[in-house]
Write a protein that binds this ligand. Structure first.
Ligand SMILES: Cc1cc2nc3c(=O)[nH]c(=O)nc-3n(C[C@H](O)[C@H](O)[C@H](O)COP(=O)(O)OP(=O)(O)OC[C@H]3O[C@@H](n4cnc5c(N)ncnc54)[C@H](O)[C@@H]3O)c2cc1C
Length: 445
């Protein structure tokens, strides 16, 4: 199934729908032609953060969303706002990839990402259970220990306040078993991701942006300078938006709205589960400080609670005969391995849901200038919660004439940035989860 077919406005199974204090607001689909300075495709964190800034700068902004705000990865992720890159990607490697100017700017943006999310939460009074209690990257194997140490040292050299934790300190922070050591950045945070998306949508509207839901962009054409015609289809019929500029913020859910665009990212299908709330006694022994962690296991080693004390776990979806049963069994094994305290306890699984992530070859997002006034920013991988919002804001500023494209701290290409062998890589991604689990078991990750 293509990612775009999976846009599910009902958000079936997603625990965050039950726990979000930001209310669901139904927004009507597009029902007539209209004009805007900026049309944004996709109401996830990227599109909404861009809309907030561009509308605040005075642009007439219309956000077009195929489902509802947050229906993509933004409303269904794990809610870890992490001040680090994916896996063991180091700030020094990012500088090499992007050059010193952009590399250092991106390092600064990533290391302060959760703080910048906190600013949005405060400014727009977003009720998304945002809690900044720190994030830990522990090492589950000797191979991981070397990588984790190098990442810690790199961040420290870059001037970021990070703490090295020995095995005992990791165990005290996380309550998890088997870690050799790790590092912590106290600015890491957790959030109710769907509530946050809803809050950003409300904030964008408060700045004057218009959001239309259940309306899919099916095509666009630049007809002249500052004149892009965007075709939209939905229950309100087929309508045309005349836009000065367009930002495509569809990430892994990118469909055929622009020929070839889906080939610019590899999509990965992930699942998450939420347990029944853990009893108070267990909560004092597992993640006692309410912080969160992510290790380097390829098959997912991470932990956080929601506000009711449910543990959130997950991994990649494997194309098994019963996808959900396979995922739940994996999550149970992983939780028992991480938290021996759970063994023998009656802990059920209440929720199971899936979502799509978009990867690039570098594991960093990129900007594609598809037409003179049409931009796409895609590829936020599994570290999108904070970065989408900081990059989205920067894109909104740039599109409002308050910054230069060259100042966006990402690779910027003219035209499409196709990933070599993208269909093959996407297909392999659907089958590779058992191999990842084996690598983890053998201590190779
Ligand atoms: C299960 C899961 C867990 C994750 N956990 C974490 C985590 O803990 N921490 C972290 O940092 N990152 C995490 N991520 C990644 C993170 O969620 C994403 O990187 C981020 O949400 C991407 O935001 P976005 O706004 O770019 O895209 P999305 O939120 O995916 O939004 C794209 C939107 O575009 C819309 N759309 C697509 N095509 C069209 C069209 N033609 N017309 C109109 N609308 C369209 C979609 O409906 C969707 O709403 C996770 C992802 C998944 C799937």
């Amino acid at each position: 199934m293509a990612a775009a077919d999976w846009i599910d406005p009902s958000m079936t199974g997603v625990v965050w729908t039950r726990t979000s204090r930001e209310p669901q607001i139904d927004r009507p689909p597009l029902d007539s032609d209209a004009q805007a300075d900026l049309v944004i495709v996709g109401a996830g964190y990227t599109g909404l953060a861009a809309a907030i800034r561009a509308a605040a700068a005075g642009l007439r902004v219309i956000v077009v969303e195929a489902g509802i705000a947050g229906a993509g990865a933004s409303g269904r992720n794990g809610g870890y706002a992490v001040p680090h890159f994916p896996g063991a990607l180091r700030p020094s490697a990012v500088e090499k990839l992007l050059g010193p100017r952009k590399g250092q700017a991106l390092n600064a943006l990533v290391s302060t990402g959760p703080d910048r999310v906190a600013e949005l939460v405060r400014r727009y009074a977003i009720d998304s259970d945002f809690a900044q209690r720190g994030w830990v990257q522990p090492a589950h194997s000797q191979a991981a220990l070397a990588k984790v140490r190098a990442v810690h040292d790199d961040w420290r050299a870059f001037g970021v306040k990070v703490d090295w934790l020995d095995a005992g300190a990791v165990a005290a922070e996380t309550g998890a078993a088997g870690y050799l050591a790790g590092w912590r950045n106290a600015s890491g945070a957790v959030v109710n991701p769907l509530a946050h998306a809803r809050g950003l949508a409300r904030a964008a509207e408060s700045e004057g942006a218009r959001i239309v839901e259940c309306t899919r962009v099916t095509g666009m054409a630049q007809e002249g300078p500052g004149r892009v015609i965007v075709t939209c289809t939905g229950p309100g019929g087929v309508h045309r938006l005349q836009a000065g500029k367009v930002l495509i913020a569809t990430n892994a859910y990118t469909d055929a709205l622009m020929p070839g665009l889906p080939r610019s990212v590899v999509t990965v299908r992930l699942y998450h589960i939420a347990t029944t709330p853990l009893p108070e006694l267990l909560r004092r022994r597992i993640l006692p400080n309410g912080n969160c962690f992510t290790d380097l296991r390829k098959s997912g080693g991470f932990g956080r609670y929601d506000t009711a004390g449910r543990l959130i776990s997950g991994g990649a979806v494997f194309a098994a005969s019963n996808v959900r049963a396979y995922g739940e069994a994996h999550a149970r094994r992983r939780m028992a391995e991480l938290f021996p305290q759970l063994r023998g306890q009656q802990i059920g699984i209440e929720d199971y849901w899936e979502g799509y992530c978009a990867l690039t070859d570098s594991y960093l997002p990129h900007v594609q200038r598809l037409q003179p006034d049409v931009f796409a920013v895609l590829g936020f991988s599994t570290r999108g919660v904070a970065l989408t919002q900081t990059i989205g804001q920067a894109m909104g500023d740039m599109l409002a004439g308050k910054g230069r494209l060259d100042d966006i701290p990402l690779e910027v290409v003219d035209g499409l940035r196709r990933i070599p062998f993208q269909p093959l890589k996407t297909a392999v991604g659907r089958q590779i989860f058992p191999l990842y689990q084996m690598k983890d078991r053998l201590g190779l990750s």
